[in-house]
Each structure stands twice: as structure tokens, then as C-alpha cells.
Design a binder for this molecule. Sequence first.
Ligand code: DAH
Length: 344
Amino acid sequence: MEEQLKQLQAEALEKVAAAANLKELNDVRVAYLGKKGPVTEVLKGMGKLSAEERPKMGALVNVVREDITKAIEEKQVTLEVAAIEEQLAKESIDVTLPGRPVKAGGHHPLTRITEEIEDLFIGMGYTIAEGPEVEQDYYNFEALNLPKGHPARDMQDTFYITSELLMRTHTSPVQVRTMLKHAGKGPVKIICPGKVYRRDSDDATHSHQFNQIEGLVVGENIRMSDLKGTLDAFAKKMFGADREIRLRPSFFPFTEPSVEVDVSCMCGGKGCSICKGTGWIEVLGAGMVHPNVLEMAGFDSTKYSGFAFGMGQERIAMLKYGIDDIRHFYTNDLRFLQQFSVHE
Ligand code: DAH
């Protein structure tokens, strides 16, 4: 019996040592020390022993049981520590890992162009004016010397809301609104960026909605040479110091004389596909504010004179960045937009 017990003990201790995790260890405990385990079996057989042998055997069983229990307890501590360490190793944060990139948006190319032009004119002492996109026929046309039935209205066919209310076709009505605010007293020196609308079919060069920047200067002794100097400074800052401008006679009902302004092409006049071989690119319309417009806006045209200009940001952006289709600005293809998302 003693032999049997010693063997049991050795076997149990071996299994405890071999247990790889807490579950296996618990299985060993149940197998050897449980109610149906071999140690209990030995105890049950004690009744058959003689009176002298019984206490000796009882003590031996207790020792064996204690030894196994102790071994299990020690192993349990080791396994628990190992489990915690394993979990810690698995969940630890490697602070040296590079961070995940955060995707940041960038400015839309038209916003960039608008801000660039704004900064440029603010630097020349202009302030920024705004006006409504839903405009009255009076400000959009009549007060700009385009009475009802004037043939030049055809060039700016638009979306009418009522017969007197429309989506503005240009930013020029802001000229009138601003002059009225000044109540006949100069000087006025503003630019006005904003959205405009035309009843056009969209294609590579037309859009039913686009952006313009209007400029207006009214004061005493404002001359055509002031307009030319201003636009020359604009062209050089916007496109490069080596660029020239050229004024061609044109017609706008709200200016007299009126001009179309070209900037020399980046090909240096040799002729390329952008300037279609001419060496010049048309960028804006301008002129001296028509006396009728000054008078309708409450300015004395014998005392005051002024110049005005209007340009489209889409056209400027297309020329500056070499974009060949105006629809790129509105279709929001990220591959297009990301080329301009430089973070300043
Ligand atoms: N409003 C004109 C257009 O949309 C552009 C323009 C031309 C504005 C001449 C002006 C100007 O202020 O003087 O076609």
C-alpha cells in the first residue's frame, strides 16, 4: 500500500509539472485529489488494515495529499503569472510605431484662386464687397445701362425666378449696390467675388454656374491709365513678372470705353495651343464706368469717374494650372482636387 501511495505521488507531481495551463492543472487536481480520485480510494481501503498500520498509513496519505496540494498551488501561481505576462505582452502599445495618417482636406482650386486675387487687391487698398445671388432685374441689368429689351441682355440669358427676380448673371450688380451705399461720395475701391449663373449648356468651356470677381474704383480723376496700371500689376503678380497686358476695344453697356484685356502667353509670344498661336490670352473685361451707371447709382458724373473690371476665376485657374475642362471644378474627383490640396 505504501508503494502504491508513493507511485501515486510521483505520478501526480509529474502531471502537475507537465500542466501547461490552468485548465490542465485543474484537471490534475480533480483526477488525484477529487472524491473519486485514487487517494480517496486508498483511504477507503484503510479499514482492511491492522490497528498498528492504520495510523502510520493515515499519516502517509496526509503527507502525500499535502505534497500534491502544495505542488498544485505553487504551479498555479507560476501559471497565473505567466498568463498575465502573456496578456501584457500581447496588449502592449509600441510607442515607437509611426502614427496613422489623418486625411486632411485642402482648399478647392477655385477657393485658392479667389483668395489669391483677394489678397492681391487687398494689398492695393481694396476692400471686399458682397451682394445677393438672387438679384433684382434692376441691379443686374437696368442700373447697368441694360434696359428691358436691350439686345445685349441676350448674351447673359439667365434663370428667372419672377419677371423681376433672377439668378445674377454677373457680379456687376454689386457695383451698383456699393455705389448706392456710398450715397454719391467717393472714393469707392472694392472687389466682389461671388457665384454667377447663366442659362448655358455645360461643356468643356461653359458652366451654368461659375465664379467672378468684380472690381470697381470710383473717385475724382480716375483715368484709363489707372485701369491699365492696375491690371498690369494684377497680371504680373498672378501669372509672372514677365507677363504683359494688351487692351483691345470692346463693348459692354456699363462701360465707355470698354476693353477686353489679354495677358501675354507663357510661350513668350512664339504661339502655342493655349494662345492658339496668337501669343495672347483673353482674361477679363473692363472699362471706364459709363456716366449713366454713375448717375443711376447717385454719383455726379461731371465730378466723378471710375473704372471697372470683371473676371472669371475658372478661366484664371484653367490658365494658371493648365486645366482643360471647366467641369473638373464641379465633379469633385479627388484625384483632381488632391493636386491642389497643399496645406499652407
Ligand atoms: N460683367 C461682365 C460679364 O460678366 C464682365 C465685365 C466686363 C465686368 C466689363 C466689368 C466690366 O466690370 O467693366 O461678362
